[in-house]
Design a protein around this ligand. Structure first.
Ligand code: SAM
Length: 293
């Protein structure tokens, strides 16, 4: 039975192994059974599921995952946690712990080996210092994914859900919304962690779209256009795109593309919707292709 959601048991384990928290790994362990249950429920795990957990810590959420899923792989970077996980997960035979940096793991291969290439579920209380590269890595590498249910900094969760016009709207909002439907599950205060983080947190569920909500001629170009538009937030869209330097068309043609989109030449990137970014990237794609012919 899962036992580590109880702070007393967590402290006992930490003391038994003389564990020292490593700030550089973003270690804030969950000590609230209600939050753990909410994460498991939001992830909608069934007995058929293969779950990838990123950063199991001492195995608190891993215990819950092992009880709900068919099989679990937990990737933990901190070597000092490996003997602890061996102990706390000894009752479960459906879990494998990998001592590795998640950013260097071939998740495609993992999904193939453990789930026959079928969509996997990712569940994690993420280390906040690498939230964006982890999420973008999962989406951009086209790993077969059903959903990602993660604890992130509250501000980052909000950013993922925002639309045009909001201060928080940016490249992450657009990328997440291109690949998935974001839904905040619950806000989580610092008191639910040991040690307590300085920021508020939230659990967010990202359900992968079967088909992206917009049609683009090149995904790579769409993301270049998005990145260029938000790189220099205070510049106009035209200047942002021109200064980015990755497009094979000149300033005048970039202006023409923006006009073709039907918006003002002085517009800023943060005013465009995902649909408009998709249209703009298709217009730029055509202009670049015409130029190279
Ligand atoms: N899942 C545990 C919990 O909820 O109590 C721990 C969560 S803690 C916020 C983040 C965990 O991710 C830590 O155990 C940390 O060592 C691990 N971690 C940090 N960077 C990592 C990386 N690059 N790859 C894999 N794990 C990492």
């Amino acid at each position: 039975m899962a036992t580590l959601g109880n702070p007393k048991n967590t402290i006992e384990i930490l003391q038994k192994y003389h564990f020292n928290f490593q700030k550089k790994f973003g270690q804030n362990f969950l000590i609230d059974t209600r939050v753990l249950e909410e994460i498991i429920e939001a992830a909608r795990i069934t007995e058929d599921d293969f779950v990838l957990e990123i950063g199991p810590g001492i195995g608190t959420m891993t215990q819950y995952l092992c009880e709900a899923a068919r099989s679990v792989v937990a990737v933990e970077i901190d070597t000092n946690l490996i003997p602890i996980l061996k102990d706390t997960l000894s009752a479960y035979h459906n879990v494998e712990v990998l001592n590795a940096d998640i950013l260097k793991v071939d998740i495609q291969k993992l999904a193939q080996e453990h789930n026959g290439g079928r969509p996997i579920k990712v569940v994690a209380n993420l280390p906040y210092y690498i939230t964006t590269p982890i999420i973008m890595g999962l989406f951009e590498s086209h790993v077969p994914i059903d959903s990602i249910t993660i604890m992130v900094q509250k501000e980052v969760a909000d950013r993922m859900q925002e639309g045009p016009g909001s201060k928080e709207y940016g490249a992450l909002s657009l990328a997440v919304q291109y690949y998935a439907k974001p839904e905040i599950v619950v806000n989580v205060p610092p008191s639910c962690f040991m040690p307590q983080p300085k920021v508020g947190s939230a659990v967010i569920r990202l359900t992968r779209h079967e088909q992206p909500p917009v049609d683009v001629k090149s995904e790579k170009l769409l993301f270049q256009v998005i990145r260029a538009s938000f790189n220099q937030r205070r510049k106009t869209l035209a200047n942002g795109l021109n200064n980015f330097g990755a497009f094979s068309i000149g300033k005048e043609q970039i202006q023409q593309c923006i006009e073709e989109l039907g918006v003002s030449a002085n517009i800023r990137g943060e005013a465009l919707s995902l649909e408009q970014f998709a249209d703009l990237s298709n217009i730029i794609y055509d202009k670049q292709t015409q130029k190279s012919e």
